[in-house]
Write a protein that binds this ligand. Structure first.
Ligand SMILES: C[S@@+](CC[C@H](N)C(=O)[O-])C[C@H]1O[C@@H](n2cnc3c(N)ncnc32)[C@H](O)[C@@H]1O
Length: 414
């Protein structure tokens, strides 16, 4: 429900009206909580940067031990958060609107086995995500947590991020082998299974709310060009969410999505049928092989989170230079990091991105014969690569809040 301030109001049960109330007795409600209005003002509607970990200066052994214990425990809580998202259990609990339910009632509503649901409730309740009532047999998700965990752009995307853990677990042994001096260079896309689906889901959280509404209008002249009709190349399109949205919004433009992975473009293809689009195409293609006869064809090229995965970005940029029409624009979206570890100490989620890079971006690029830029190659390195590739580059923070990316707006050097 929209409140007078334009934020979201949930008439619901809570503890004291704060958005994140201090924890009560561990995981217990201590009786029915009072009714309050949970008000999430617009400026609170996206998670702000998480606090920097506390200073470790003067830390002693027991303190370090406690921190590691907490970190490992948080990792397991995150894995169970991924379970809650994938099984739909968070949505089921949200649907109960804070009313305590038994594990059997929750399992029945979700269409799942009670024994598994009960164990998951154990993890989530001791992890202070789900609460239980005074009987210890009924469980509920307080409404502020329900809305956070199920609303795209508010916190749902963090449950998607948590789902990267089990996905990366699938390649764990390959990564360990790749660390070894006599091990393979890296891990190929074939081992990741559902990576492209995961990535499309991550990106769609933002694209559906911002690509057409915020991102495209932030680039001077682009919206007009798309409305009147231009050719667009979506480079490393994955399952094609961005192409499909642009195709629907700009029927006079034609959008071509290319990706090296066949299963990604096949999944993207289904979106064309679903939306009955005639102006969108997907091609399985290695971007290093973009053909010469596409010369000057595209007025806009979008490379969303893709350049750092490609084996030889400098060679890709040679191809891009050729196919970008005079006066054309390229948007390169990359993680908003710096190129040196020392400069990322205060970056929220830096450890998450370095780990994701080790388990995906860096290793797939190494496997393809690249140098393994990784998703944390950073602004300085990206700008240098784009400039050396023949582009004038302007760097902007993402035009919408909550994103981890920055935007390199590139135009051909005269
Ligand atoms: C991190 S994903 C981003 C996908 C999509 N743009 C998004 O933001 O959801 C990087 C994409 O680049 C694709 N890719 C990697 N190397 C490529 C290459 N040489 N040519 C074309 N696509 C490539 C991958 O298959 C993957 O879909």
């Amino acid at each position: 429900m929209q409140n007078a301030k334009g934020g979201v109001t949930l008439s619901s049960q809570g503890m004291n009206g704060q958005l994140f109330p201090p924890p009560g007795p561990p995981g217990m409600s201590g009786g029915p909580p009072p009714m309050v209005d949970w008000v999430i003002a617009p400026d609170e509607s996206v998670p702000g940067p998480v606090a920097r970990p506390p200073s470790t200066a003067g830390e002693n052994l027991p303190q370090f031990g406690a921190r590691i214990m907490e970190t490992v425990n948080a990792g397991f809580i995150a894995l169970s958060i991924a379970v809650g998202k994938e099984t739909g259990l968070f949505r089921v609990l949200a649907g109960f609107e804070g009313q305590p339910k038994t594990s059997q009632e929750i399992a029945d509503e979700a269409g799942l086995k009670e024994r598994y649901v009960r164990e998951w409730l154990g993890a989530m309740t001791t992890g202070r995500i789900v609460n239980m009532d005074a009987t210890g047999k009924r469980f509920y998700l307080p409404p502020h947590r329900a809305i956070f965990l199920t609303t795209p752009g508010l916190g749902y995307e963090l449950t998607i991020l948590a789902a990267a853990l089990p996905m990366q677990g699938k390649v764990f042994n390959h990564i360990i082998e790749s660390f070894k001096l006599d091990g393979p260079k890296g891990v190929s896309y074939d081992h990741f299974g559902d990576f492209h689906h995961f990535m499309n889901e991550c990106s769609l959280v933002w694209w559906e709310r911002h690509l057409v509404q915020t991102f495209i209008p932030s680039i001077p002249g682009l919206k007009d060009m798309l409305e009147s009709g231009i050719s667009v190349l979506d480079l490393g399109c994955g399952e094609g969410g961005a192409s499909l949205l642009m195709g629907q919004e700009f029927p006079n433009s034609s959008i071509l999505g290319v990706d090296i992975c066949n299963h990604a473009t096949q999944a993207a293809q289904k979106g064309i049928a679903k939306h009955s689009l005639t102006n969108v195409k997907f091609l399985q293609m290695d971007a290093h092989d973009i053909p010469d006869d596409w010369e000057g064809r595209f007025k806009y090229i979008l490379a969303w989170d893709s350049i750092h995965d490609m084996a030889h970005p400098n060679k890709i940029l040679e191809r891009v230079r050729k196919v970008l029409a005079p006066g054309g624009i390229m948007s390169v979206m990359e993680v908003n990091a710096r190129s040196e570890i020392k400069d990322n100490m205060d970056m929220p989620f830096a450890s998450t991105f370095y780990t994701n890079s080790m388990f995906h971006c860096m290793t797939v690029q190494l496997n393809a014969g690249g140098e393994g830029l990784g998703n944390m190659w950073g602004r300085e390195r990206a700008e240098e690569t784009l400039r050396d590739g023949g582009f004038n580059v302007e760097t902007f923070p993402s035009p919408f809040e909550g994103s981890f990316n920055c935007h390199f707006l590139c135009k051909l050097k005269e």
